[in-house]
Design a protein around this ligand. Structure first.
Ligand code: PAF
Length: 284
């Protein structure tokens, strides 16, 4: 059944009544990665709400915002097929009415890595996600580990502001060639796409080295960085071994340690990450 579409906070609240749904926040351009989040929510909750809102404040580059995919009809088909009951598709004025002035600063986690490359980005993400959570009032909200720093920022914000929601992190979905699914992949030329495959290869190689007992960041990075040689249209912004809570660089991989990477491929910024050593279930 196609999901019911609502565009205002008032209509959303009226439709939901007292229900505490599962929630998947998106900016549209839905792909299999989003579908996996919606399926998980539909499996774990009686009702699933998906939001579609291209949040202008989180884009530092106007071109990035201009070319962001807008495909509401296709998105509704994908959301419905994955099990969404309702799509909340507000316009800009509904989220940021005249006089809107508040913003959330999620602290140091918002300033490193992607936060360093895109100042203000995570403040904007935390603010819009708080607004959406306060409108949908979900029991659980599902976010992909593909945007691992975003997941941590949202968890921090929800915890600090005592928003009564469980933030559920879900595994990255990859194409057959290993590339993590992202709405941005559609912008890559065939040549760029071919080069981008080296990103997951380098991450997987790093994990393989750690599994073989070579677990220092220096040794692993000195082998995998040459797999991503720089050129005019391919530039590694960062590649690091980090702890999974504060994303501070670490010298040796332990349970939970992640490798994070960002690469500018032509005019497209790609990010990816991988857990290098499984987290001990007791320490989760
Ligand atoms: O990951 C995204 O699509 C966005 O950053 C989010 C969480 C929907 C906030 O606009």
């Amino acid at each position: 059944m196609p999901p019911k579409v609502v565009t205002t906070h008032t209509a959303l609240r009226a439709e939901l009544g007292g229900a505490s749904p599962g929630f998947v926040a998106t900016m549209g351009g839905l792909h299999e990665g989003h579908a996996s989040l919606i399926r998980r929510s539909a499996a774990e909750n009686a009702t699933t709400v998906v939001s579609i809102f291209v949040n202008p404040t989180q884009f530092s580059n106007p071109w990035d915002l201009a070319v962001y995919p807008r495909q509401l009809e296709a998105d509704l088909d994908i959301a419905g097929a994955a099990g969404a009951d309702m799509v909340y598709a507000p316009d800009r004025d509904e989220i940021y009415p005249s006089g809107f002035a508040s913003s959330i600063d999620p602290g140091p986690l918002a300033r490193s890595w992607e936060g360093g490359a895109r100042p203000g980005h995570f403040q904007a993400v935390a603010t819009v996600v708080a607004i959406l959570l306060n409108s949908v009032l979900p029991k659980r909200a599902y976010f992909g580990e593909k945007d691992f720093q975003q997941l941590l920022v949202i968890r921090r914000m929800a915890k600090d502001l005592r928003i009564p929601v469980e933030i559920v992190g879900c595994p990255t979905v990859r194409d057959a060639d290993g590339l993590a699914l992202s709405s941005r992949n559609a912008r890559l030329s065939p040549a760029e796409r071919a080069r981008a495959r080296a990103i997951p290869k380098a991450l997987f190689r790093m994990r393989e080295m750690v599994e073989q007992g070579i677990d220092s960041s220096i040794e692993t990075l000195s082998e995998v960085l040459p797999m991503l040689p720089p050129s005019k249209d391919f530039h590694v912004d960062y590649f690091a071994m980090v702890d999974p809570v504060e994303l501070e660089p670490v010298v040796q991989a332990v349970p939970g340690t992640r490798a994070i990477v960002a690469v500018e491929v032509g005019s497209t910024r790609l990010i990816d990450n991988i857990e290098l050593v499984p987290m001990n279930t007791e320490s989760r």
